[in-house]
Design a protein around this ligand. Structure first.
Ligand code: SF4
Length: 396
């Protein structure tokens, strides 16, 4: 039986050096290979021309470059771009690219499904499939950069020699801290000068509040932190986010303060989904101020975007503005998330659940309609009909 080849996208520098040494190669080859992979987005070991032909041929026998394949590619009129990736076994994940004047942000997924069971998120309610591998996490960034470069994307930073994606947010499907080991390897690749070379401030991890792993992240690889808060008191947060029954708000606030001791930014971004009549009252805004008074923070207010069957409704614009004003009057920076990518399936953050359900539904539909389902067939079916919304500024 032919031996399966290792995926080079699974390796950070140390692991690649060890693997190469184990195959009789010099460790410095790892730096060469990482540069080909993550700075030149090379898809073919045979093209790594500063490595001898004999070594390339040897590596090609035992290794491959295997990002998750793109099975759908949607582009909105405003430039927002969503890729749907096949990660096998009927699982699909998404990454969303959000271009702005001075940066290009990619929102990526870390799990297929999610076990956190948040009440407003259908992914959580439907359960967890599996953790993504390092290659599947990093592969989203690799594919985005490669595709955008191949299209000669023109931005000031690309012209200046930087990769199209300048910022990464781990805010797509899944709870990143529940896939800690793989996420940390991926984060290290994002930060490594031998790979993507992003600064810690340009990489944001969003968590539902897995307190022990927040401490672990602070010690292992402190990047910018966003926390999905969504309620000002334990009683309501227990209902909306079951993780709160394990780690209550006092614990969460204490973890945020500890995280800030090593964080690259001097504040935490609190994501706050506004659900009409549930958590959007002036009294609840004032309770939030009291809750977070000892945590340097910014708020990102996200008006709920209802989906079919959702048990919650969107608050009125006036209600959202009033909520924001109360926070700002207390000296807290509070932004309201704008929508982008209205004309495509663009999704990010806590709404990932509905995306995944739709993704699965569509994948199944497509598979049924086309017996010989292929990447090309899926790409031809660029969605123009469905509507999801993505953050214009998912982090501050
Ligand atoms: S909101 Fe995030 S953490 Fe909660 S169930 Fe959905 S994907 Fe998981």
């Amino acid at each position: 039986m032919p031996q399966s080849r290792v995926n080079l996208l699974d390796f950070d520098l140390a692991a690649l050096e060890a693997w190469l040494v184990g195959h009789g190669e010099k460790p410095f080859r790892a730096r060469q290979i990482l540069a080909w992979l993550h700075q030149r987005f090379c898809a073919d070991i045979g093209m790594m021309t500063d490595i001898s032909r004999v070594t390339r041929e040897k590596l090609s026998q035992i290794a491959e470059i295997g990002p998750p394949p793109v099975i759908r590619d949607n582009q909105a009129a405003d430039g927002t771009r969503k890729w749907l990736f096949d990660v096998g076994d009927d699982n699909a994940i998404e990454a969303v690219y959000i271009p702005e004047d001075d940066r290009g942000t990619l929102c990526i997924s870390t799990q297929a499904g999610c076990m956190m069971d948040c009440a407003f998120c259908s992914t959580g309610q439907q359960g967890f499939n599996r953790n993504l591998t390092v290659a599947e996490i990093v592969g989203q960034l690799w594919q985005a950069n490669r595709i955008l470069l191949s299209e000669n994307l023109e931005t000031p930073w690309v012209v200046a020699g930087c990769a199209p994606v300048t910022n990464v947010v781990l805010m797509g499907m899944g709870e990143p801290l529940a896939n800690f080991k793989n996420v940390v390897v991926a984060l290290k690749l994002f930060l490594s000068d031998h790979a993507y070379g992003l600064s810690r401030r340009r990489v944001t991890l969003s968590t539902s509040g897995v307190v022990p792993m927040m401490d672990a992240l602070r010690d292992a690889c402190p990047v910018a932190l966003a926390v999905s808060l969504h309620a000002p008191d334990d009683e309501l947060r227990d209902q909306l986010m079951p993780i709160n029954r394990r780690h209550c708000l006092d614990e969460l606030m204490a973890a945020c303060r500890r995280y800030l001791e090593k964080a690259p930014r001097d504040f935490v971004t609190f994501e706050y989904l506004l659900l009409a009549g549930v958590n959007d009252s002036p009294a609840q805004a004032r309770a939030l101020i009291r809750l977070t008074r000892d945590v340097p923070c910014k708020f990102n207010l996200i008006p709920f975007n209802p989906f079919p069957g959702a048990p919650y409704a969107a608050p009125s614009r006036e209600r959202v503005r009033a909520f924001q004003q109360i926070l700002m009057d207390a000296g807290i920076v509070a932004t309201i998330r704008k929508t982008r990518g209205d004309d495509i399936d663009a999704a990010c953050g806590q709404l990932a659940g509905q995306v995944q359900n739709r993704v699965r539904y569509r994948l199944n539909q497509v598979a049924r309609r086309h017996e010989s389902f292929s990447q090309e067939a899926a790409l031809e079916q660029r969605a123009k009909t469905t509507r999801l919304h993505v953050a214009e500024k998912p982090f501050v």
